[in-house]
Design a protein around this ligand. Structure first.
Ligand code: HXC
Length: 258
């Protein structure tokens, strides 16, 4: 399906979305977010797709929500229109593994979007920031919450209260990103990781993701109980039997996603 604000392609079992509003540094307009939601829905529904990668351009992953679109909104426009929540969170609710490949600016809603992904891979040019306070508002799509969990209170406060931008290297040290790579290699390196995940059993990858995410939502004891129940359930999978048999027989497993 052709989209106006994004480009979508598949690379084997990987679904790739490129944010594509170059003139506005991929500012997240309503149209872009609508396109992104539709593309993510389609990849989630496609049984051939195991992993979803979201990326931007060399200059910007996304420079935030579209300020020109927001400028004249009233409180009631935002409240009654459920501004942000309805569509914006889609990347964060994907059940399949997701990776954000970030080069250049990931600011405001752009940083929040990247943080909705399971893994962030950053180009050495990446800059992460929550500059909303400089335009008289606050992060509205998880920035104060996800950033705090990822980098801790002090750094999150610094970023949200001053708009200070974190470099890729700092973001890796702080635990915001999993890996920093040279900008020219960003997509290749990201796709290598995506392909590796895509070679696993899809239900097991989805269960793994569910368990890691559970750690955000529960006490340690509840999380460990949840993990154990899911672990036990893998013994009902053909892929679990195949994986262990392949190891014993010294061959590569042939997972069939069941
Ligand atoms: C709309 C934007 C935009 C944005 C850039 N542009 N960011 N348009 N919304 N968030 C547009 C500019 O207006 C300009 O259009 C073109 O993109 C190029 O931007 P420049 O500013 O000329 O580029 P540069 O000098 O390189 O500066 C890059 C930049 C700066 C540092 C990233 O653009 C910037 O500060 N952008 C805003 C960042 C921000 O405050 N983000 C948070 C938004 S609030 P023209 O037509 O002039 O060429 C937010 C709230 C989230 O995200 C709430 C929940 C989702």
């Amino acid at each position: 399906m052709p989209y106006e604000n994004i480009q979508v392609e598949t690379r084997g079992r990987v679904g790739l979305v490129r944010l594509n509003r170059p003139k506005a540094l991929n500012a997240l307009s309503d149209g872009l977010v609508t396109d992104l939601q539709a593309a993510l829905d389609a990849f989630e529904d496609d049984p051939e797709i195991h992993v979803i990668v979201v990326t931007g351009s060399e200059k910007a992953f996304a420079a935030g929500a579209d300020i020109k679109e927001m400028a004249d909104k009233s409180h009631m426009d935002a409240y009654l229109g459920d501004f942000i929540t309805r569509k914006w969170g889609r990347l964060g609710t994907c059940r399949k593994p997701t990776i954000a490949a970030v080069a250049g600016y990931a600011l405001g809603g752009g940083c929040e979007l990247a943080m909705m992904a399971d893994i962030i891979i950053a180009a050495d040019t990446a800059k992460f920031g929550q500059p909303e306070i400089t335009i008289g508002t606050i992060p509205g799509s998880g920035g104060t919450q996800r950033l705090t969990r990822l980098v801790g209170k002090s750094k999150a406060m610094l970023m949200c209260l001053t708009g200070w931008q974190m470099t890729a290297e700092e973001a890796e040290r702080a635990g915001l990103v999993a890996k920093v790579v040279p900008a020219a290699d960003l997509l290749d390196e990201t796709l290598k990781i995506a392909d590796r995940i895509a070679s696993m059993s899809l239900p097991v990858a989805m269960m793994t993701k569910e368990c890691v995410n559970r750690s955000y939502e529960s006490t340690l004891a509840e999380g460990i109980l949840f993990e154990r129940r899911v672990f036990h359930s893998t013994f009902g999978l053909e892929d679990r039997k195949e994986g262990m048999s392949a190891f014993v027989e010294k061959r590569q497993p042939n997972f069939r996603d069941r």
